[in-house]
Design a protein around this ligand. Structure first.
Ligand SMILES: *Cc1c(COP(=O)(O)O)cnc(C)c1O
Length: 379
């Protein structure tokens, strides 16, 4: 059985990866900001329409850069969804800011503007939003609050490269957008990320923050004749080896996405009847959003039966995990965060969620096995 196990996620292999890496190694310059960094960055600007993009060593580091760019400090609060990956919260806590948890919209798993409105205080300096599974959050609702209360929006867009909310590319709607190229994401380079920006002034600061607080980027463009320490910063610039893999992947972005959507659409077409009979909710994409086929998830009525479904699939050699442990109930969330109102919808979402295998190389035969596995289970 184990030889034909259907794993949850398998990184895409792009044709130019090895030749690109070979070219970097042969050039004797594998530190960052070489030709592959430039090429991959241009492709990202193309895909997202963002005026400015900077590759980083991870999405977590891109979020840390957001915290530095927005000058978050110990007097500030950042509102973060309870249902989120740890990076969204820890990058803010690292600046000494208080993380304030808000609940989600159970239709999408995304931050709910009404819950955000309930926890805003005069100290609220930013709101973190995740486009869960690559389905855009209610950006209009959040932007209204941001405009009237004067806080920034940070988009943790680890799932949403190539997605749209009402025609606007995800990651470019808020003040700062962050992307992930971890090997579990749609496009990867092992570990990597990017910051997306529209504001010129923030971009000038971001270049410095990313390069150990120096103006090396300006120096490389010939704008200054030596570079020096300008500001606080860190080493968030990925090596040219990572950029070489990323550039190869981005060159095949359309193929990756077409194949992920093929898998997503297969599930979406095959499961509704079983779902209706078993009171299971399928992943839902509101009509005004274009998703990225990052995830396909089901929501089983109870945690107990959800766990049974995971075991049932595992017995058939199919890996279907759940996530995230709600951050407000996690040890660090209890210590570093504040939860003014219980996030009951996040707890329920987390307890009932199952994710099905989704990667570009899944065959029709494997997809049929997953569908048969799911539909042979009676809730
Ligand atoms: C994967 C992920 C991250 C972290 O990405 P890294 O590149 O590994 O730092 C952050 N947020 C979300 C929503 C993620 O899925």
């Amino acid at each position: 059985m184990s030889s034909d196990r259907i794993i949850f996620s398998r990184p895409f292999r792009a044709t130019r990866e090895l030749p690109n890496v070979e070219a970097v190694l042969s050039s004797d310059h594998s530190h960052g900001d070489g030709p592959f960094t430039a090429a991959a960055t241009a492709k990202l600007r193309d895909i997202t329409g963002a005026p400015h993009a900077l590759l980083t060593t991870s999405c977590t580091h891109a979020l840390e850069m957001a915290g530095l760019l927005l000058e978050l400090g110990p007097d500030d609060e950042v509102i973060v969804p309870s249902f989120a990956f740890t990076s969204s919260a820890t990058a803010m806590a690292l600046r000494g800011s208080t993380v304030v948890f808000a609940d989600i919209d159970p239709e999408t798993g995304n931050l709910d503007p009404a819950s955000v409105a309930e926890v805003i205080t005069p100290r609220t300096k930013a709101v973190m939003v995740i486009h869960y599974g690559g389905v855009g959050a209610d950006m209009e609702g959040l932007q209204c609050l941001a405009d009237s209360h004067g806080f920034a929006i940070i988009e943790d867009n680890a799932h949403g490269l190539g997605g749209f909310y009402r025609g606007r590319p995800l990651g470019t709607i808020g003040t700062v957008g962050a992307l992930s190229f971890h090997d579990t994401k749609n496009v990867h380079c092992g570990e990597g990320g990017a910051v997306l920006l529209t504001d010129e002034i923030l971009m000038a600061r971001a270049e410095i923050i990313r390069e150990k607080g120096t103006d090396r980027a300006r120096f490389l463009r010939g704008a200054v004749d030596k570079y020096s320490w300008q500001d606080i910063g860190s080493s968030y610039l990925p090596s040219e080896l990572n950029a070489a893999v990323l550039d190869a992947q981005l060159a095949e972005f359309d193929t990756i996405q077409a194949n992920r959507h093929r898998v997503w659409n297969h599930y979406a077409a095959a499961l509704p009847e079983w779902a209706a009979r078993n009171d299971v909710r399928l992943m839902n994409v509101p009509a005004d959003r274009e998703h990225t086929a990052h995830l396909y998830y089901l929501r089983v009525p109870t945690e107990h039966r959800r766990d049974d479904l995971i075991r049932h699939l595992s017995g058939l050699g199919i890996v279907a995990p759940f996530h995230y442990v709600p951050l407000d109930s996690s040890p660090a969330g209890l210590k570093l965060g504040r939860t003014p109102f219980r996030c009951a919808r996040s707890a329920e979402f987390s307890a009932t969620l199952v994710r099905l295998p989704l990667w570009p190389g899944l065959t029709e035969q494997q997809l049929d096995r997953v569908v048969d596995g799911v539909t042979s289970f009676t809730v």
